[in-house]
Design a protein around this ligand. Structure first.
Ligand code: ADP
Ligand code: RBF
Ligand code: MG
Length: 391
């Protein structure tokens, strides 16, 4: 495949609007004297805003009309757009495209005013500066799934042949729009509940291999430009992707897991209590990562590898974070606090045809990470203050 031009969707592709919405929902519920439980958050994911509030109100026994809850959410969101975060890998990708002079544009359904509001935060400036060609939803006659937004974005880049345009999209409507414009699409979707993966798969499987939706990846971190005729990323350290701009910080109590780490795999993984994890986990993309951990009152940093996600080999229904610390411990440490600084991405979660293949792969991840974490760019995270126990 020979693509020369890249067109990027905004929400759900470059920006994490979902965590912000969950956060605002928590605030609205707090005013009602309620807490956004994992169960309530789970039923809301991926639905239209009013349907979210109907279901959350039901699950939490709220008598306030969902219309009113929605109105308050929207008022808060207006003030908070500037705290929108980037999705992992977004800045890395845009910098890569800019550095290699690959023509690229953003094609978003968001109205121009909301786009500027989302990009107004100081943290967004490094990204905003690089986005020179942007088409917004209110600047074209028809929104996605009509092709207009993508056609207009290509026009900003001198209208290259559409089959040379590679579109990155998380929503099925967006993928359809890009396909209708004659472009190639890589879908971005996690495996999580409420994700659009099945709809994207249906779109992909109705295609021949060289038209429309050509691939689905779980995040921008798993996107490989060389598969589409674009230059490969040149920032790998020992085959891992450093996340220097946006490390993940996780702190929580070690609780019992599925009881199969040591027994079935010979690989103990410390499960972190899920309430402490909700924010960090909802923001983190599923995948296999490396970094440093410390445990209990001991500040010693240990190398660790971890999986974040649904363990496709076992088909878990909840997202978990499970580090395997690459040091020996004399005894289990259930109930202790564990602190994790995740500074490197290794690969997407995978399924395997045998338990042995999964175990072999995890050992490969560990060997690769032991070396990568010695490189200066990553080893500096060993002294991160986050790993220090609280007095
Ligand atoms: P679980 O089902 O509780 O996850 P595992 O068999 O995966 O059980 O064992 C995980 C437990 O083993 C951790 O919670 C921790 O107390 C202990 N443990 C001992 N050594 C390690 C290690 N190197 N990395 C992670 N956990 C370890
Ligand atoms: N589980 C999967 O289903 N697919 C994977 O690709 C996968 N990779 C892992 C990589 C590492 C470094 C670790 C520590 C775990 C991984 N697991 C994976 C999770 C494994 O299935 C889990 O730890 C055990 O099931 C114990 O809960
Ligand atoms: Mg475990």
């Amino acid at each position: 495949m020979q693509c020369t031009t890249v067109i990027l969707d905004l929400d759900g592709t470059l920006l994490d609007t979902e965590s912000l919405c969950l956060d605002v929902a928590s605030t609205v519920l707090e005013q009602e004297g309620k807490v956004l439980t994992n169960e309530a958050a789970q039923v809301a994911l991926g639905k239209k805003p009013l349907d979210c509030w109907r279901d959350v109100a039901r699950v939490l026994n709220l008598s306030t009309p969902p219309e009113e809850l929605l109105e308050r959410t929207e008022a808060l969101l207006k003030e908070r757009w500037s705290s929108t975060k980037r999705l992992p890998g977004a800045l890395r990708l845009v910098r890569h495209l800019a550095r290699h002079s690959i023509p690229f544009a953003v094609a978003s359904s968001t109205p121009r005013q909301t786009f500027e509001a989302k990009m107004a935060g100081a943290a967004q400036q490094p990204l905003r500066e690089l986005l020179k060609n942007v088409v917004c939803g209110d600047e074209v006659p028809r929104g996605k799934p009509a092709p207009d937004t993508f056609v207009a974005a290509a026009k900003l880049l001198g209208s290259p042949p559409p089959e040379q345009c590679l579109v990155l999209e998380d929503s099925p409507a967006g993928a359809q729009a890009a396909k209708a414009a004659g472009m190639k699409v890589v879908g971005i979707s996690s495996n999580g509940p409420g994700s659009a993966k099945q709809q994207l798969e249906a779109l992909r499987d109705g295609e021949d291999a060289h038209s429309g939706l050509v691939d689905i990846v779980p995040s921008l971190l798993a996107f490989e430009p060389q598969r589409y005729g674009l230059p490969p990323f040149d920032d790998l350290i020992g085959g891992t992707i450093p996340m220097v701009d946006d490390p993940i910080y996780i702190k929580g109590e070690v609780v019992s897991g599925f009881g199969r780490g040591s027994k079935e795999l010979g690989i103990p993984t410390a499960n972190v209590a899920s309430e402490a994890l909700r924010v960090a986990l909802s923001e983190a993309v599923t995948g296999i990562y490396a970094g440093f951990a410390s445990v209990g009152s001991d500040p010693t940093p240990h190398k660790m590898v971890m999986s974040i996600g649904y363990n496709p080999f076992y088909g878990n229904t909840h997202k978990t974070a499970e580090p395997w610390i690459l040091s020996e411990f004399p005894a289990p440490f259930y109930g202790s606090q564990i602190r994790l600084v995740v500074c490197s991405y290794i690969r997407p979660e995978a399924n395997f045809t045998s338990l042995q293949a999964l175990v072999d792969r995890i050992h490969e991840d560990a060997n690769q990470s032991r070396r990568a974490l010695d490189e200066p760019q990553l080893s500096s995270f060993k002294s991160d203050i986050f790993l220090k126990p609280e007095p």
